[in-house]
Design a protein around this ligand. Structure first.
Ligand code: HEC
Ligand code: HEC
Length: 307
């Protein structure tokens, strides 16, 4: 009976811990900015024009700068059948992605193929999309997409601002978090919240417009201390596996410059077991003793680095 109580208490703590990081798994609430879905839109420097309806066609997303990148593999540009959407619709043609998805630019091919396998067999869970796409995609298409994105140099994508407050906001179309049209601020607490640097460009799926992240005051220095020293046994120095500058080592992914809410989701998912592929085991000792404040601090620090 005593054992049961302890188990129950642990279970409650575990679910409470996860619930407190829910802000990192942003879920569509409502769309508060008005959008004319059928008006032609353009972006500076591009001769292309698309309506919002076309921009949001997840089997045929916009390609604003077709001369800037290698030819898009069919699956990246158009998906593959009804169960695999075009990778570029969420990860963009630049592979930099949005905070609610992820950056693929510059990740090792072997790493990406392993993630696709982990999504397909369920050892890694994305609450929204990736498990279904990974189950349905052919090996050839997965490889073509991985090779396309691996060849792209990642760019500086996130500006981190330490602050006690954050603009009042909502999660709208594309599961993106926007500043509330009425303005205002609210306490940040132990969260990191990301907003597009330019709402118009981000909702146009522009490949080169990044994000601003609000992080708790002192979090970057605290994250640096944990990442570089291990925090006196609390965690393990990240450079040992992720390489100098944390830009990746062999098939271990780069983590420098990553979207901080993406990092929060990964550290939390690894801790709770929602991400538990064979190679993920190497991360368990790193996350086992991290508190939510530690996770937020590490995410802020990584986001502050150059990719
Ligand atoms: C509808 C949006 C969407 C589309 C389309 C999409 N993805 Fe994703 N992808 C996501 C999300 C969301 C995540 C992050 C999951 C998480 O937070 O753990 C992700 C993560 C990934 C990752 C893991 C990255 C990492 O650093 O571990 C890979 C690899 C990936 N996607 C490949 C693809 C490929 C290849 C395609 C095209 C066949 C594709 N995705 C299409 C939404 C999408
Ligand atoms: C013992 C080796 C090791 C150490 C130490 C380590 N990592 Fe990792 N990390 C890995 C491996 C391997 C992966 C890829 C796991 C997989 O394939 O699922 C990974 C993946 C990650 C990811 C997910 C990346 C993505 O694109 O989804 C994050 C975030 C991360 N590590 C953060 C950290 C941080 C922060 C530290 C230091 C506090 C750290 N790691 C220390 C081995 C390590």
């Amino acid at each position: 009976m005593k054992k049961l109580t302890v188990a129950l208490a642990l279970l409650l703590t575990a679910s409470a811990a996860q619930a407190d990081l829910e802000w990192a798994y942003q879920v569509f609430e409502e769309q508060l900015h008005e959008v004319d879905e059928n008006a032609p839109r353009s972006v500076p420097g591009s001769t292309e024009s698309y309506t919002q309806v076309e921009i949001d066609d997840l089997w045929n997303p916009p390609d604003w700068f077709p001369d800037d990148h290698a030819p898009l593999p069919e699956v990246v540009a158009r998906g593959a059948g009804e169960n695999v959407r075009a990778c570029a619709s969420c990860h963009l043609t630049s592979g930099m992605g949005h905070p609610e998805s992820s950056q693929l630019a510059g990740l090792p091919v072997g790493y990406m193929m392993r993630q696709m396998e982990d999504f397909a067999n369920g050892s890694r869970t994305d609450r929204f999309w990736m498990n279904g796409f990974a189950e349905a995609i052919s090996d050839e298409d997965a490889l073509a997409a991985a090779e396309y994105y691996a060849a792209i140099e990642p760019i500086d994508w996130v500006d981190v601002i330490e602050s006690d407050t954050v603009p009042t906001h909502y999660v709208g179309d594309g599961r993106m978090r926007f500043r509330h049209p009425d303005g205002g601020t609210e306490p940040l607490g132990n969260r990191i919240l990301e907003f597009p640097q330019d709402r118009e460009l981000a909702t146009a799926r522009h490949p080169y417009t990044g994000f601003v992240a609000y992080a708790p005051v002192g979090s970057i220095a605290r994250g640096e201390e944990l990442a570089t020293t291990g925090g006196g046994g609390r965690t393990i120095q990240c450079t040992i596996c992720h390489g100098e500058g944390l830009t990746g080592l062999a098939e271990i992914p780069g983590i420098a410059g990553a979207s901080p809410i993406y990092t929060v989701r990964q550290l939390n998912d690894i801790k709770t077991g929602a991400r538990s592929g064979p190679m993920t085991a190497l991360m368990i000792a790193t996350v086992a003793n991290l508190t939510e404040e530690d996770i937020v601090a590490l995410a802020a620090y990584l986001a502050s680095l150059d990719p």
